[in-house]
Write a protein that binds this ligand. Structure first.
Ligand code: ADP
Length: 161
């Protein structure tokens, strides 16, 4: 079964990576899906985010995981890829409300695609791309939060001029 893990990944964190690795054990194929969102101003371009994810995946030796940039409705894109499941992570009750709304909308749009929630590991339950950016802007150390392979690039981008 093919599953898609859609998100913004701006940038990918250790929390995202943990969800990817766990999903990779559950499904035959996992497509990490960077969904274009014209309403959300991202720090990294879709191409930059895809490249970072590809680098991280390669290092993990996960032959059944790949990354794609998608647009339009998530369910439509997932269907186009032959996906049967959408994977999302839940860190706290605060995530739940939004995720429930999205998953219910997607269920209505396409009842053949199931949303599967994976609960964040406690050590990553506070971690988000936004926190990483705030810490970097404040001059803090972001190395505990990111996969090692992308730290240099992220640091450079977030601390430039
Ligand atoms: P989106 O803008 O679609 O929420 P994100 O990149 O912020 O995109 O998150 C993608 C998915 O990964 C969401 O389901 C989010 O809850 C989940 N996620 C983000 N950070 C973590 C984390 N530290 N641990 C587990 N899941 C996470």
């Amino acid at each position: 079964m093919i599953a898609c893990y859609p998100g913004t990944f701006d940038p990918i964190t250790k929390g995202h990576l943990d969800i990817i690795l766990r999903a990779a054990k559950m499904f035959d194929e996992v497509v990490v899906l960077i969904m274009k969102n014209p309403r959300k101003k991202a720090t990294f371009t879709e191409e930059e985010r895809a490249k970072m994810i590809a680098t991280v995946i390669e290092k993990q030796n996960c032959a059944n995981v790949r990354v794609e940039v998608g647009s339009g409705l998530t369910v439509d894109y997932v269907k186009k890829l032959g996906g049967k499941a959408i994977v999302r992570g839940i860190r706290a009750v605060s995530d739940y409300e939004y995720e429930l709304q999205q998953a219910t909308a997607n269920q209505t749009l396409d009842p053949n695609i199931e949303t599967v929630f994976l609960i964040a590991k406690p050590e990553y339950s506070f971690l988000s791309s936004s926190i990483v950016k705030e810490v970097a802007l404040g001059g803090g150390d972001i190395t505990p939060f990111l996969p090692a392979e992308i730290i240099k690039d992220v640091q450079e981008e977030l601390t430039k001029g």
